[in-house]
Design a binder for this molecule. Structure first.
Ligand code: HEM
Ligand code: ISQ
Length: 154
């Protein structure tokens, strides 16, 4: 489905805000994922051996920034190309990474909720239903593509 220019602008605008404090939003994203699925902690190599969520773990930060950025990029692509996603090689890589780390299709819904909640907290009063739909839609497309790669490789 094509996204409107308005939705693209909303996503870009919120990403500009989130970018200003990636450590905070990464931490919130993780906290929110673990609230929904405490067992997910052991999937992440950089969290497996610690009891605390490292507030300033550089790997966590870099990972979370990529998750935000990829979702944001898929919004732009959805608008411009009507669904063509990030490059094939990146998608294949994302499929393998998740497959190899034991991620399952049902995990994607909970990461979606966690991501939307993090963005909502991050943008504060700028949050709107339209913004939520734009991020949600982009995430769904990206998630479906990653799951497709995981199934193709499994
Ligand atoms: C790794 C993005 C969904 C768990 C990664 C990496 C990226 C990424 C970019 C690789 C980071 C790197 O090696 O530099 C995404 C995106 C998602 C998504 C864009 C959804 C659209 C999920 C879900 C889970 C998950 C649903 C389940 C909890 C993991 C794990 C790793 C990973 C366990 C490996 C981390 C490690 O190196 O130990 N993800 N992810 N991801 N992701 Fe996701
Ligand atoms: C990787 N995949 C999905 C979600 C994530 C959140 C934080 C850090 C890394 C992630």
């Amino acid at each position: 489905m094509l996204l409107s220019e308005k939705q693209e602008a909303l996503v870009k605008e919120s990403w500009e805000l989130l970018k200003q404090d990636i450590p905070l939003h990464s931490f919130r994203l993780f906290t929110s994922i673990l609230e929904k699925a405490p067992g997910a902690k052991d999937l992440f190599s950089f969290l497996r051996d610690t009891d605390e969520i490292p507030q300033n773990n550089p790997k966590l930060r870099a990972h979370a920034a990529k998750v935000f950025r990829l979702t944001c990029e898929s919004v732009v692509q959805l608008r411009e190309k009507g669904g063509v996603l990030i490059g094939d090689a990146t998608l294949k890589w994302l499929g393998s990474v998740h497959l190899q780390n034991g991620v399952l299709a049902p995990h994607f819904e909970m990461v979606k909720e966690a991501l939307l909640k993090t963005i909502e907290e991050g943008v504060g009063e700028k949050w709107s239903e339209e913004m939520e739909n734009a991020w949600g839609e982009a995430y769904d497309h990206l998630a479906a593509a990653i799951i497709g790669e995981m199934q193709a490789e499994a």
